[in-house]
Design a protein around this ligand. Structure first.
Ligand code: GDP
Length: 444
């Protein structure tokens, strides 16, 4: 899903490469592609227009830097502009007030509202050391209140006892009283959802907000619904004073464009993203990461961070230098495989690089589980030093020898060679994009 976007930008920047300066026509040509790319990433049209205008203005007016290619400069400008529009810094919850701080959760049914309520409560309990009470005001959906109680047990967070037949505003009042009397720092109110935005829902929310006077009203939206999510956000923000948005299912295929539109439409920060069904699948919103995702260039930031935890800088620089010379042989691949093992296997690595088809395919083909990494190491170990530096020497006869020596099959030897070739191609591609330093950091 990310690939066409990534390829498109690669195309643009390839054409720009080699020019001495960013002319206005260069920028306009690039921005035409950026515009299509953003639309494909599910960014709303008015937002795209504004974004492209802004980025064009910045790019054309800017002095051309000597040390980078025009393509790199455009990537940087587009990336920075995206980050800026997404709201630069992560914004945490406003809960350090006279207790109880009240957080009201709103959103459509199925958006992940109840799950997110429990996720946030868990986070506040564990990380914020807050005493949290959760209450479900959802009297429409059968068993909604029980669902929250179950999640509360899982998260070790208290829930308000259920009183059958009580209406939302009364539940809110009771919750408020309980939170005050029992010394809770935070009260989370999980309101009812609907399948569609309707007036009864909005009225109910307003009534609850009137009684509870919350510090935070968080809108929960499903990132996978793209443009629909933006329409929902727009309807809600017209009716209730939202303080922030939570985008769920960012662990799925969502292209991230909704995030950009959301911020623009509601004017409110995205505070968290949901990254899984489990209760620890919640992260503070990181504009840089989402910008990377919209650009289809992979979640480079988190990858770099993860790599930095496990990998020595000198190794990275040495590899980067070799790659700059176009050298990437079997010895390098062997080192990479070792490091991938340290980084949680190839599948973990590939999942962070949505743009890189080859690695993903290798994973999909089953070429890359952890046992396979060990076998690949054995295959390289059975090559002669000459073969390792020049894998093209490996003809049919040599392959049979290597397979025998490593206790594998010729098929597996071929798979490894194909992977080496794919990775070389990928590295050349990234190098062209100007991402050499980053790539060195990732793979070194
Ligand atoms: P509600 O109707 O808005 O309260 O939605 P729920 O909290 O019941 O969630 C609906 C479904 O979405 C459940 O199966 C959740 O496990 C799932 N869900 C919620 N958030 C996420 C997320 O961030 N990622 C994924 N993959 N699933 C999620």
């Amino acid at each position: 899903m990310f690939d066409s976007l990534s390829d498109r930008l690669n195309g643009v920047f390839d054409r720009l490469r080699g020019r001495g300066a960013l002319s206005e026509s260069d920028v306009r040509a690039a921005m035409r592609e950026v515009r299509i790319a953003l639309l494909e990433a599910d960014v709303a049209l008015p937002v795209v227009r504004e974004f492209v205008d802004k980025a064009t203005e910045q790019a054309v007016g800017q002095q051309v830097l000597r040390s980078v290619t025009p393509g790199q400069q455009v990537v940087k400008i587009v990336n920075d502009a995206l980050v800026e529009m997404l709201g630069s810094d992560a914004v945490d919850l406003n809960v350090d007030v006279t207790p109880p701080a009240i957080i009201m959760m709103v959103g459509l049914q199925g958006s992940g509202k109840t799950t997110t309520t429990a996720k946030i409560a868990k986070r506040l309990t564990e990380k914020g050391r807050k005493k949290v009470l959760m209450a479900s005001l959802d009297v429409n959906r059968p068993a909604a209140q029980e669902q929250l109680a179950t999640l509360g047990t899982q998260a070790s967070v208290a829930t308000l006892p259920i009183v059958a037949g009580q209406q939302p505003v009364d539940i809110a009042k009771r919750a408020l009283q309980a939170a005050k009397l029992q010394g809770y720092d935070v009260l989370m109110l999980d309101t009812a959802g609907r399948l569609h935005v309707d007036q009864a829902l909005m009225d109910e929310m307003k009534a609850v907000a009137g009684v509870a006077d919350p510090e935070e009203i968080l809108l929960v939206v499903d990132a996978l619904t793209g443009q629909d999510a933006v329409n929902v956000a727009s309807s809600f923000s017209e009716q209730v004073p939202l303080t922030g948005v939570v985008l769920t299912r960012m662990d799925g295929d969502a292209r991230g464009g909704a995030a950009l539109s959301m911020r623009h439409v509601t004017g409110k920060p995205i505070k968290f993203v949901g990254t899984g069904e489990k209760l620890d699948g919640l992260e503070l919103f990181q504009p840089q990461r989402v910008a990377g995702r919209i650009l289809g260039m992979g979640d480079v930031v988190s990858l770099v961070e993860k790599a930095a935890e496990t990998i020595k800088v000198e190794e990275a620089e040495a590899l980067a230098a070799r790659m700059a010379k176009g050298q990437f042989d079997m010895n390098d691949l062997r080192n990479q495989l070792k490091q991938m093992q340290r980084m949680g296997g190839l599948s973990g690595l590939a999942s962070m690089l949505p743009g890189i088809k080859q690695v993903k395919q290798a994973v999909a083909n089953g070429a890359a589980d952890d046992k396979v990494l060990v076998r690949m190491d054995a295959i390289i170990g059975s090559m002669t030093p000459k073969e390792r530096t020049k894998p093209e020497l490996l003809n049919a006869k040599r392959k049979i020898r290597v397979a025998k020596g490593s206790g594998t099959t010729v098929q597996e030897v071929n798979k490894l060679l194909k992977m080496h070739q794919d990775m070389s191609t990928m590295m050349k591609k990234v190098k062209k994009m100007g991402g050499l330093k980053q790539l060195g950091a990732l793979f070194g």
